[in-house]
Design a protein around this ligand. Sequence first.
Ligand code: NAD
Length: 290
Amino acid sequence: MAATVIDGKQVAQQIRDALKKEVAQLQQKYGITPGLAAVLVGENPASKVYVNMKAKACEETGIYSQKIHLPADTPQEKLIELIHNLNADTRIHGILVQLPLPDHLDQHKVLQEVSPNKDVDGFHPINLGKLLSAKFWEELPLFVPCTPAGCIKLIESTGTQIEGKHAVVVGRSVIVGKPVAMLLLAKQATVTIAHSRTKNLKEVCRQADILVVAAGRPKLVTADMIKPGAVVIDVGVNRVGEKQLVGDVDFEAAKEVAGFITPVPGGVGPMTIAMLLKNTVESAKRTVGA
Ligand code: NAD
């Protein structure tokens, strides 16, 4: 039987609708408007698209958004000074620095300068450290990275109980692979992380009740690597040719084997933005004790 396709757009829209109501209530009851600052350095076309999408999503939700576009040759001290100003700006509850940064900037150093209390991307070492030390879901930091958090929401939207399941994550990046593995662990799954040096990827993937793929390799996961009935979350976004976007999973063949599967586009992508909005609203709520 063909898999149920998980509609990420729909799940994300439900979250955004609920947030819109919450934002209106925050304004009414506490007189505050959640605010997000998005910092873009340089002219990376994909980054420009992402920042614009995030700003538009803020506007639709009633969140105040500030887009700050700096030239590609911005010195690191200038960028850090800007981040410090945003840390101190009471209109701003969330700061995101769009990645990747131009080569002359030290990404690690720059991300460390974002206040952990406004780190809506969840990339500050303090928040990543708290994610690592959380044994249970309730102990997670306020901010966890958005794409991994979105993956968990999508798995749960299928009604699948994560606890006790074998989850395999393909990819070990700090942005997706590692945090998604930590979140699955906090949900009490048994977690295997596979990566570019993993031997027998096919056998490893075939053990997965839940398979999350974040490798950035088109069609890396084929139908014969999927356990029948598994939940397959495809994080990959790969540009093929001029316009086509494909994931890391061979969707057409995989959907004949999986139980649930996300499409690309329209799966994980919309969830990343929804979770960013959620983190921003949660941050604003915290400032008024709501
Ligand atoms: P990355 O390049 O930092 O990491 C890729 C990981 O995949 C590495 O850990 C590597 O070991 C592993 N890998 C690569 N080739 C492999 C192979 N042949 N077999 C097994 N593992 C392999 O990438 P990333 O930042 O984690 O992003 C991964 C993908 O997810 C990309 O396509 C990216 O565009 C996409 N992405 C999507 C969203 C979204 O919102 N939809 C957000 C972030 C990233």
